[in-house]
Design a protein around this ligand. Structure first.
Ligand code: SF4
Length: 284
């Protein structure tokens, strides 16, 4: 048996350090306590050994035609791709090729596709995406720059709102920090259509009808504006287009927002008051 040090290849910013035991029985993946975010890894990485040797793993190229999927050899797959790429470049130039890609596996080999297409003369690539791209664009429009708070700032918060997220499943390394924040007196509120795993250690779980949390946000804004709980100096100095935001908010008084979202008015009023008056607040 040998033990190798490596890093988690999954599409996750934590980049955990791993120790991989390789033996005749297979591979066993553990967190490397000497490095990494917190020295422990999530279930997805622990299961990497199973997926490497899974009988469901796709080991060969498959070609889809009118009669369905058919397994082909690697040579055949390369021949098909080379022919189509050569034909397109000869007919219209390399930029007539659209290279669609996103993150996925984060190993070094992942970058070879772009190197290949650059060497070919450059191809057309998409800008933005429904994943990070949409998030970046929203942050740019909302805040003027793409900055995120440091996790440690959760420890300065009095109210932490996990809005549509379930870090107990998707962001394990946040959990010790959240627990510490709770020990220091922070309240954790979970807003989610499902009573997700993170709701277990939150002080409050607010169930919202699927797809209506935007209305919930507008209902909260309505209450904050109505009660004049907002920081007028901050809005005057830093907020653009506030005048065109207010009419939108006025369309969602709490009665209407409650009917759409399923969140009772008194729950909205309590949350709006804590957001406005009992900060610092962290939306996560
Ligand atoms: S949290 Fe899990 S998926 Fe993310 S880097 Fe660590 S082991 Fe990999």
């Amino acid at each position: 048996m040998s033990t190798l040090r490596t890093v988690c290849p999954l599409n996750c910013p934590d980049c955990c350090s791993l120790l991989v035991e390789v033996s005749e029985q297979g591979i066993k993946v553990q967190g490397d306590l000497r490095a990494g975010v917190s020295g422990f890894i999530c279930a997805k990485a622990r299961a990497l050994g199973d997926s490497v040797f899974s009988s469901d793993r796709i080991l060969y190229p498959w070609l889809k035609n009118q009669s369905g999927w058919k397994q082909i050899s690697w040579e055949k797959a390369y021949d098909i791709l080379a022919e189509k790429i050569s034909q397109t470049v000869a007919r219209s130039g390399s930029q007539a090729i659209l290279h669609l890609f996103d993150s996925g596996h984060n190993g070094w080999l992942k970058n070879l596709d772009r190197r290949f297409f650059q060497a070919l003369g450059g191809v057309t690539e998409p800008r933005g995406s429904m994943c990070w791209g949409a998030g970046y664009e929203a942050q740019l429009r909302d805040f003027g720059a793409v900055y995120s708070s440091d996790w440690q700032e959760l420890l300065q918060s009095k109210l932490i709102i996990l809005w549509g997220r379930d870090p107990a499943v998707t962001n394990k390394h946040l959990i010790p920090i959240l627990r510490k924040a709770v020990e220091q007196g922070a309240q954790v509120v979970v807003i989610n259509p499902l009573q997700c795993k993170s709701a277990v250690f939150a002080q409050e779980y607010i169930r919202v009808n699927p797809g209506t949390d935007g209305v919930l946000a507008l209902g909260l804004c309505y209450i904050i504006l109505r009660e004049r709980w907002m920081n007028f100096d901050f809005v005057k100095d830093y907020v653009k287009n506030f005048g065109s935001f207010v009419p939108l908010v006025r369309e969602y008084p709490p009665e209407k927002a409650a009917e759409i979202t399923g969140v009772p008015i008194e729950v909205m009023e309590s949350l709006a008051r804590r957001i406005a008056l009992e900060g610092p607040v962290m939306f996560y």
